[in-house]
Design a binder for this molecule. Sequence first.
Ligand code: IMP
Length: 426
Amino acid sequence: MSTLVVVGSQWGDEGKGKITDYMAQEADVVVRSQGGNNAGHTITFDGNKYALRSIPSGIFNPKIKNVMANGMVINPKQMLEELKGLEERGIKDYQLFISNRAHVVMPYHQELDGAYEQFKGDKKIGTTKRGIGPCYADKANRIGIRIGDLINPESFKLVLKDTLTIKNMELKMLGLEPFDFDKIYNEYVQYGQEIKKYVCDTSLLLEEEIEKGSKVLFEGAQGVMLCLDHGSYPYVTSSSPTGASVPLNAGVAPKYINNILGICKAYTTRVGEGPFPTELDGDLAHYIRERGHEYGTVTKRPRRVGYLDCVALNYARRISGINYLALMLFDVLSGLETLKICYAYEMDGKIINTVPATLEEYQNCKPLYIEMPGWEEDITNVTSFDELPLNAQNYIRKIEELTKTEIVLFSVGPDRKQTIKLKEFF
Ligand code: IMP
C-alpha cells in the first residue's frame, strides 16, 4: 500500500503543482480532494508551461487515473474550458474521474463572492472571486447542487428551482440582479451532459485502487495556513487543505494515509489580505518577487513576500502531520548577502512558538530571526546536495533543525529536471 499526500505548508503557491507532477511520474492515481479553480498549479516540462486550475496534475500522463473527489467544488464551465485548452495543446489521451458527490460552482456563487468582498470594503478577504466560499457555504447550508444532480436533467431542474429561489432572494437583498431560471438551466444542463462520461463514485474507485496496491497521490490545493479551521481566520479559504481533510474529502479511510509531504518555499509568500509576520517590503521584496515570478497564477496579483517563517511551518507540520518537507524555489535566494529565518514570535512581551487563534493576537506577533550568510552562486544547474554552496547546505540543515523534519527534495528551477530528490518516500 502506498499513498502520499502533498500539502501546501504555507499560504499556498508553494509549488505543489510542480511536485505533484514530478511525483506523478511514479503514481497510478492522482487525486484532487478540496478547493476548486481558486488553485493555480503551474507545471513545466519539455519547455512547455501549463497552468492547471481544477484538473489534477496527473493529466499529462495517459496511464494515470485523475480523480476530482467529493470535497471539491467544480465549476463545470471553467473545467470544460480547461480540458479544451489542454486538448488544443495536444493533451488528448487522459483518464479523468469526477465524483458525483462534488459540488457545482454556479454563476450566482461567483456573483456573491464579488458582492461580499465589495461590501466588506477594507476588511475584504482578497478572495480569488471564483465563487468558492459561497459554494461551500451552500454545501454546508444544504442547498448546494452536486455533480450527480447536474448530470441528471430532471434532478437538476428540481434542485436548481429550490436553490435559485433562495439565491435570487439573497441577490435582490444585496441589490443585485436575479438569475433567470431557464437561461441558467439550459446552459448548465448542457455542461452536465458534457461531463457525464467522467462522473462516477470516486470513493469506490479509490478504495479499489488502494486495495490492489496502486500508488495514489493526493494533490493538495492552497496551504495549511489558509485552512478554514486552522488557518489565519477569516483570511482563509473555505475548505481544509490539511492532510487530515484528505480522507473525508476523498472518501477514503484514514488508515490508508501513510505519508504527508509538506511543500514549502525557501521563503514565504501570501496573496490576499491577512496577517503575515515576516512580510518584507522595498528592494528585498522586489528582488525575491521578480526572481521567483511571484504573481498569482489565477488572479495575476503580485504576491506578498517575506522571510521563511518556521513558526507557521511548524504549525502546519503539527496540524497536518507532515513527516517530510520539499523545499521549493531555492534558487531564488541566490545573491542575497544575509538570510533570515523566523524561529519564534514575540507577542505582548512573550515568546511564542505557535500561531495564535485570533486575528488581533496574530497581528501583534513580531518575528524573531536567526541570521545566516547567503550565497552568491547560481544554483539552477545543481544536481545534488553536495554541489550546493556550503551556505545553501547550511540553510537546508537549519530548516530541518528548526522543524525537526527531513527535507527529502529541493527544487532549483521550474523544470522537472531541476528537482533534486534526496531520498525515496513514495
Ligand atoms: P478563495 O479561496 O477564493 O475564497 O480565497 C480566500 C483566500 O485564499 C484569499 O486570500 C486567496 O488569495 C487565497 N487563495 C485561494 N486559493 C489560493 C491558492 O491556490 N494559492 C494561494 N492563495 C489562495
